[in-house]
Design a protein around this ligand. Structure first.
Ligand code: ZN
Length: 387
């Protein structure tokens, strides 16, 4: 069962998983140099789902060319360290506070520097920009641009049109940002409805930086928008997301046919995403459910000798920690109804089946996942017990 699962993984993920399995502990001890051992992995690591590769992406990133504090090459290095498959450089068009120190005559320059840095790296670099307006429409990112300069326009609506002319994927940024919504409630306004109707606004950030918005998730579901999660990083990922202590940045998990810019674009347009926010996974059931099924797998199921207690070995094939609530007809011998399973961890569930059954069904509510506001998905395991 494990061997079958490993076949579908990318080489890097396969190696990491083998390390995890080999040492059978709750953490990966990745050794960077002979004298240095890290207890935590910072790699954002998720299995593929049937029919698609799972690409971890951060498509909202600033550099010193707008109001960020680092050079674009550092953004690439951070992305590689985090195991990301793609990043977009999205410096503001209208807000460039460092312009006197860092001239920016070509608005594609920060992207170009990132591309040069990524030449020998396994990470896709996407060209983009943040269109930076007061509300409405507020801020929006246009990504997959060929030429950011063409979006340097006074009129906001003309900017969205120019993005569409380049077949960009455009998403509404931080719609609940209290700088523009003092109540913190993401609210769809007529101008957004117009942009959506014209096919000029295709996604929405449900997570930005350290903020999650229930209302933005509902807007995404009601208006058929792509669910996005981004860091909107200005400083350093390591500092803002507490990497040394096991944290990670928000990311959008994108389900693509292959790891290419064109395939990523296609997946985003077609709303094949799940948002990652701390340990939460947020997305449409259509993609979140197969992802959960790929993440949590039963490795082994046997009866403990001379008992009617089945030992079910559950594996977490991901970099997030899970909280499950047992809704099965059976109770557990060593757990309350709450079962936690750490990243890359294996847990034995001792299920009191009363009789020595040949198969059983375990049903869990996944508390660290959302398919809609306040709606947690259910995960069912149909388990055949080894004789
Ligand atoms: Zn931003």
């Amino acid at each position: 069962m494990q061997a079958e699962f490993l076949v579908n993984l990318k080489p890097m993920k396969r190696i990491l998983l083998l390390i995890a399995c080999a040492i059978s502990t709750t953490d990966i001890y990745a050794q960077d140099t002979p004298n240095q051992i890290h207890v935590h992995t910072r790699i954002i690591d998720f299995p593929d789902i049937p029919g698609y590769l799972t690409l971890a992406c951060d498509l909202h990133i600033h550099t010193a060319f707008s109001d960020g504090y680092v050079w674009p090459n550092i953004r690439v290095q951070e992305g590689v360290k985090d195991g990301l498959d793609a990043i977009a450089i999205t410096d503001h068009i209208e807000y460039r506070p460092h312009i006197d120190d860092i001239p920016f005559p070509d608005a594609n320059r920060s992207y170009q520097i990132a591309v040069e840095e990524a030449i020998d790296q396994d990470i896709l670099i996407i060209n983009g920009t943040e269109m930076t307006r007061s509300m409405p429409p507020g801020h929006a990112n246009a990504v997959f641009l060929n030429d950011v300069n063409a979006l340097i326009l006074k009129d906001s609506m003309a900017q969205f049109e120019a993005a569409k002319a380049q077949s960009a994927f455009v998403f509404w940024n931080h719609p609940s940002w209290i700088g523009q919504r003092s109540d913190g409630i993401a609210t769809l306004l007529p101008i957004h409805e117009e942009l959506i109707a014209k096919g000029q606004l295709q996604g929405i950030e449900v997570v930005t930086e350290h903020v999650y918005s229930n209302e933005a998730l509902q807007i995404a579901l009601d208006n058929d928008l792509t669910i996005m999660s981004t860091s909107d990083i200005h400083g350093l990922i390591d500092w803002d997301y507490n990497i040394a202590d096991g944290g990670h940045r928000p990311a959008t998990l994108v389900f693509a046919h292959e790891k290419s810019v064109a395939s990523l674009h296609d997946a985003l347009i077609n709303k094949r995403t799940v948002a990652l926010f701390e340990d939460m996974l947020i997305g449409r059931a259509e993609y979140l459910n197969p992802l959960l099924e790929a993440i949590l797998t039963v490795e082994k199921a046997v009866f403990i000798e001379d008992t009617e207690i089945a030992k079910i070995t559950l594996v977490n094939n991901s970099s997030v920690n899970f909280i499950l609530i047992n809704n099965s007809e059976f109770t557990l011998h060593e757990h309350t109804e709450v079962v936690t399973i750490g990243h890359h961890e294996t847990v034995d569930l001792k299920v009191k089946t009363i009789e020595r059954v040949e198969q059983l069904e375990l049903i869990f509510t996944v508390m660290n996942a959302l398919t809609a506001p306040k709606t947690h998905p259910t995960l069912r395991f149909s388990i055949i017990i080894d004789k």
